[in-house]
Ligand binder design. Structure first.
Ligand code: HEC
Length: 153
């Protein structure tokens, strides 16, 4: 199992299965509600979590109930990559604390900022040399003055 396999699987699932099964595989998507006699089940149902990998391959190859088969559209290699990604998706939805590698926390620790977070203002001010800061301030004053005088006319 490599990252490339999962990446290809993810891309194929989002392209070919998600329109009906949703991106997270819970089956909550609009396609089936527009004309399919049955909604797709969630991939996270216990029954499908326990299903062997070959079962998903079989559903894609032969279709299942009202779901058409994808044998002609998806190569056997890609079908297995899709299976791999679906299993990863299933595991991700049912992960427990025991699955977290040592030294990591979930949710991960938020990044720390020095000073006020968000604006980046402090960092920029430190980067702008003092000599530049002064004319900028003057410029703002000039604008204000000009604005003031026009409103007087
Ligand atoms: C056009 C909509 C549609 C697309 C696209 C689609 N499915 Fe389905 N799928 C369904 C529906 C509807 C069902 C439920 C069928 C039934 O119960 O008769 C289903 C059922 C399933 C099941 C469950 C079978 C069971 O035992 O209950 C699996 C697994 C599955 N699909 C896998 C996939 C995979 C993998 C893809 C992508 C390659 C995919 N489907 C693409 C509509 C779709």
């Amino acid at each position: 199992m490599t990252k490339d396999v999962l990446e290809r699987g993810r891309e194929r699932v989002q392209h070919l299965c998600a329109p009906c099964h949703s991106r997270v595989g819970d089956g909550q998507w609009l396609h089936p509600s527009r004309g399919f006699a049955r909604k797709p089940p969630s991939f996270h149902d216990q029954r499908l979590q326990k299903a062997p990998l070959g079962y998903f391959y079989d559903v894609m190859s032969n279709g299942f109930g009202v779901m058409p088969d994808y044998a002609s559209q998806i190569s056997p290699q890609d079908r297995w990559k899709i299976v791999a990604y679906i299993r990863a998706l299933q595991l991700s939805q049912n992960a427990t604390k025991a699955d977290i590698p040592a030294g990591q926390t979930v949710p991960s620790t938020p990044p720390r900022f020095r000073g006020q977070p968000g604006s980046g203002r402090n960092a920029f001010q430190r980067l702008i040399p003092k000599t530049l800061r002064t004319p900028l301030r003057n410029l703002r004053n000039t604008n204000e003055r000009r604005h003031h005088s026009t409103s007087l006319i």
